[in-house]
Design a protein around this ligand. Sequence first.
Ligand code: SF4
Ligand code: SF4
Length: 317
Amino acid sequence: MASMYLALGYLCNHRCFFCPCGEKNGLTPFGEKAQLLHAIDVGIRDRGIDHITLSGGEPTLHPDFHHILKYCVDHGLQVSVLSNGDSLADKDRTAALFEDVDPRSVSVTTAIHSDLPSIHERVTDVPGSFLRTVQGLLNLVHLGIPVTVKQVISRWNYDRLPDFVDFVYKSYGPFVSLTLCGMDFCGMTGEQIARVAVDYPTMGSSLEQALDFVISLRQQFGAFPQVTVADLPLCSVDPFYWGFFTKVSRSCLSQYSAPERKTGAVNLHTEVENDCNIYFRACEGCCVADQCPGVWHSAYRYFGESVAKRILPYVEE
Ligand code: SF4
Ligand code: SF4
């Protein structure tokens, strides 16, 4: 699969404290439609892409979102939309945004930061955003659009992971996809990282309890066929849970396009820095390194070697 990442602009209706997007930073709100479509054409013609990620800012706020989405689908691309879901709370607006788009060609991934509104809104800094995001995803589910609920694990939510699984199951039913993932601290100050970082040994037991709950829901109700853990090291949990871990390969990313932050001109970068799947020096000799997702480079820098627990091959006595 050859993939392209396209940011439609930097306007966002949330104000996540760690995010450089949004009007407050004086970035260009939207890329021009003609330039965005040109970038897609280049991706298809010159790089042979068959998948595209539409991102932002909040991509669904772009005035031409529907047109751009439909253009991608009509050109045979599989489309992943990264949305905070807030602007999808209005049922009619959401139906219009996804009108005439084959639901099999599109999926939406949305981060919900906790099952508790107070924690979610502590991250987004927008009152009422929790309920709107929850409703937005429900609207997508009713339209038949595949949804992945994502939780980026932080100090603020790691101890409620089992509650979060319960919340997702009760809110969206048995067939929604769920991703639990490690945080990328890229662009954050040391002070910001210290507010939200939780190390892997500390989060491990809560993650195991959450996955136990997933297993029991699968056994009882056939729920949660698609649950993945990403950007976290295998040694953060017992080997019993390793089947959930996915090594996300960003190496198939053939093009990265986004409006230049000040001018708004849409670029066509092909050099994409690999800042994930990073391993510690302590991983040397670990017998599961090939299967381990590793961590974000920013997490490697922050946590240091002590969080890696090398797995040694089993030797029969
Ligand atoms: S929702 Fe996404 S783009 Fe918007 S402020 Fe939060 S992290 Fe940034
Ligand atoms: S020691 Fe390194 S390679 Fe092995 S499981 Fe831990 S992070 Fe992964």
